[in-house]
Design a protein around this ligand. Structure first.
Ligand SMILES: O=C(OCc1ccccc1)c1cn[nH]c1
Length: 250
């Protein structure tokens, strides 16, 4: 997968050189390229923003600079047969970024991220590129960041761990909370490792029993309980068909 990121703070993405994503890049699973938005300005101050039409606080990012930057990245061409990139614009006013959306992105050959600063990017940029590319305005949560860069880190990490070969154990990805299937809309229950007793706290006996069917049942009960407690909103979204009679007792 090829990923292009255009930002006025490309150094913000140094974390993508380490850990999981870093290894995926070393192994050629991910090709991440960073671009300094200011390289497409033409004034001595390298201006990327201006005051909002209609008045109001803050600044808006200029369409001309973004247009030249995005055109240049597209012109570089993507992976063989990838065609044009899918453009992703993190914004509080976007559609929710979920594990299901991450799975969609993990199947794309080429993603282009355009994180905004200030009050956002002039709306005509999205309008212009919708006519040529698939453009997704996505929100990672109901809060306002100073810029979209942190959201890009979140999205790239979520997508990267779904790529084949990135996470050693593919099963752990399939068992993820929110992954489509039996665990979708359920939160993970508690996890334990050695020692069997720590500061007087024992590990639940069932987990030491080696009885896999009972362990799976216990884990599902814990997931249902945790979901009821932490995210009642998700319970409403559970497909009643996916609940067996034992579930209903929880
Ligand atoms: O703050 C965010 O993006 C940066 C941004 C973009 C446009 C205007 C203001 C701020 C964000 C919050 N959830 N998901 C994304």
């Amino acid at each position: 997968m090829r990923i292009d990121i255009i930002s006025i703070f490309p150094e913000y993405f140094t974390p993508l050189e380490v850990s999981l994503v870093g290894k995926a890049r070393e192994r050629g699973i991910l090709d991440i390229r960073l671009h300094q938005l200011r390289d497409w300005t033409h004034d001595v101050h390298k201006t990327v923003d201006d005051t909002p039409y209609g008045g109001g606080p803050g600044m808006v990012m200029k369409p001309e600079v973004w247009g030249e930057a995005i055109d240049a990245v597209i012109a570089q061409g993507g992976p063989e047969g990838a065609g044009l990139p899918r453009m992703i614009v993190p914004t509080p006013s976007g559609r929710p970024f979920t594990q299901r959306v991450a799975l969609e992105y993990a199947r794309e050959p080429w993603l282009l991220f355009t994180p905004a600063r200030y009050e956002g990017i002039d709306a005509r940029v999205v309008d212009e590129y919708r006519s040529r590319l698939r453009v997704d305005e996505v929100s990672i949560g109901d809060y306002v960041l100073a810029g979209g860069e942190a959201a890009v880190l979140v999205i790239v990490e979520t997508v990267a761990r779904l790529l084949p070969g990135v996470i050693g154990n593919a099963q752990s990805v399939a068992d993820d909370s929110f992954a489509p299937g039996p665990m979708e809309n359920l939160l993970e229950g508690p996890v334990y490792t050695k020692p069997p007793v720590w500061r007087g706290h024992p590990v639940p006996e069932i987990l030491l029993s080696g009885h896999h069917a009972r362990i799976a049942r216990w884990r599902r009960d814990q997931a249902l309980r945790r979901t009821f407690e932490m995210r009642p909103d998700l319970i409403a979204r559970l497909d009643p068909e996916s609940l067996d009679e034992r579930d209903r007792e929880v």
